[in-house]
Write a protein that binds this ligand. Structure first.
Ligand code: NDP
Length: 484
């Protein structure tokens, strides 16, 4: 590993950028080159204590503001992010290895949209009332208290803003712990929060790894709720730790999602849609459709056109506007993903394209891999049922609706899926039989921020999004008022 430059990030606690309590640092590596370009504090439980204390000190005053007052703060943060749009996109692209076009259109744009959206929802918020003949019930939404917000590396600021905006909007104060691999835009958000002058202690951020910072944060007695997005095995640890003190908990975990393609689909748009669902962000989106189920009648023609479209994808320099596929997040991760390609071969799989490291020459040392399409593995195989979280998909033929549903439901995950057919009744029938939290028909990742987001089975517990976020980040209290 070569060193390029050294930028040392700091924790943000009680309205100030502060040094952490140890001398230890973690390297921040640029995935496209494998070069270290910054360092992030390796914080420990002492830093978590300071951040949770600051959040507790701030919670009463912040919680006492009206929804409308807090909506003004969310808009100020959105304004601040907007003025740094290009910085936000290029930091995200560099930190994750994703193409700049995606960092702009997804990460930067949606991070701002999250603050604006929840500001709007807060302005429209009203208390529910239930009348009885002799009394009125008023349901008051109170803050839960201090929230621990823990986020992964694939959509760093997008997922952090998805939690911060509704959490503070509903009157909670928070401590954020972003992934150690992608800390740059979390730091940018703290700079914006500092610039707009949000009251101190409302948003705090502690950098570090899972064991040193994430775990003590979840277990902390001063934390009242945990909103976690990450892998299923980490989610298990988080759930165990949070449940012993009855913290309110939301878990958005892994996925292994099916794209179900029927013979009566609109062929051209389905190919484009299924390729996008498979490989957006190098397949590193929890919603990616990495199991592609194709009805027997069109299996061979679909396979040929799909592979042809995948081979045309432009892989290379993340800062190039034309690039469609960037680098994978880390050395460990690419090794894990390549491990699944070897496993697929052992499971009898045939690699139709990709399956090997692919290194644009100017990016020696980066984590590059050609998009990979595999057929001939059993739909119960490990490769077809475990989350790979990379640019690797498996193709599976199916005979009829029943078999498609059986294959789609044959994993421990239940996050999302998509169905491709021109028969919209069939599309709905199949969707309703799928054991997932979300299904798209003839599209994928067509997001409306008002709808519930989350999964079933090993993909998570609870829902966030729209009013479901408002509910999770608040406690309803009923006041019953007896009439004279
Ligand atoms: P991880 O589970 O490894 O990490 C997620 C976060 O948890 C990171 O900030 C990590 O810190 C932290 N963490 C690690 N160990 C602990 C612990 N014991 N206690 C508390 N926090 C801890 O996930 P990845 O970052 O690898 O992200 C990829 C995963 O996220 C995939 O499985 C993907 O499906 C899932 N995901 C789910 C989404 C959903 O909405 N359902 C959306 C996006 C991703 P650090 O990294 O610094 O160690």
């Amino acid at each position: 590993m070569t060193e390029k430059s050294n930028l040392d990030l700091m924790n943000y606690i009680d309205g100030e950028f502060v040094p952490h309590s140890t001398e230890e640092w973690l390297d921040v590596i640029e995935p496209a080159t494998g070069v270290r370009y910054a360092r992030v504090p390796l914080s420990n439980p002492e830093d978590i204590d300071s951040a949770v204390e600051a959040a507790n000190l701030a919670k009463q005053e912040w919680g006492a503001l009206s929804h409308k007052d807090r909506s003004v703060w969310l808009d100020k943060i959105a304004d601040g992010l907007e003025t740094r749009f290009e910085e936000m996109a290029s930091l995200e692209s560099r930190d994750t290895g994703k193409p700049i076009s995606i960092a702009r259109s997804v990460d930067a744009k949606r991070s701002i949209a999250n603050f604006r959206f929840f500001a709007d929802l807060l302005r429209g918020h009203s208390e529910e009332k239930f009348e009885m003949p002799d009394a009125s019930n008023i349901v008051v939404s109170k803050p839960v208290g201090v929230g621990a917000l823990i986020t992964p590396w694939n959509l760093p600021l997008y997922l952090l803003s998805w939690k911060v905006a509704p959490a503070i909007g509903m009157g909670n104060t928070v401590v954020c712990k972003p992934s150690e691999l992608t800390p740059m835009t979390a730091d940018l958000l703290m700079r914006v929060i500092d610039e707009v002058g949000l009251p101190r202690g409302v948003v705090n951020l502690v950098h570090g790894d899972g064991p040193g910072a994430g775990s003590p944060l979840v277990a902390h007695q001063g934390v009242d709720l945990v909103s976690f997005t990450g892998g299923t095995s980490t989610g298990e640890k988080v759930a165990k730790s949070a449940s012993s003190s009855f913290k309110k908990l939301s878990l958005e975990l892994g996925g292994k999602n099916s794209s179900i393609v029927f013979s009566d689909c609109d062929f051209e748009s389905t190919i484009a849609g299924v390729v996008r669902a498979a490989f957006l962000n190098q397949g590193q989106v929890c919603l990616c459709g990495s199991r592609i189920l194709v009805e027997d009648g069109i299996y061979e023609s679909f396979k040929l056109s799909f592979v042809e479209a995948v081979e045309k994808m432009r892989i290379g320099d993340p800062s190039d506007e034309q690039t469609e596929l960037g680098a994978l997040i880390s050395k460990d991760h690419i090794e894990k993903v390549m491990g699944y390609v070897s496993l697929a071969k052992n499971e009898g799989g045939k690699i139709l394209t990709g399956g090997k490291p692919c290194l644009p020459s100017e990016f020696e040392g980066g984590y590059w891999m050609a998009p990979t399409v595999i057929e001939n593995v059993d739909y119960n195989s490990r490769c077809s049922t475990e989350e790979i979280f990379g640019p690797v998909v498996t193709l599976h033929p199916f005979e009829d609706e029943m078999e498609a549903i059986e294959i789609a439901n044959g994993t421990r995950y239940g996050l999302a899926g998509s169905v491709w057919t021109q028969d919209l009744e069939k599309g709905q029938r199949v969707s309703r039989s799928m054991e997932t939290g979300m299904v798209w028909i003839n599209t994928w990742l067509h997001r409306d921020l008002r709808v519930p987001f989350g999964g079933v089975k090993d993909s998570g517990v609870g829902r966030e999004g729209g009013r479901w976020s408002m509910d999770f980040f608040s406690e309803p209290m009923n006041i019953c008022l007896k009439h004279d």
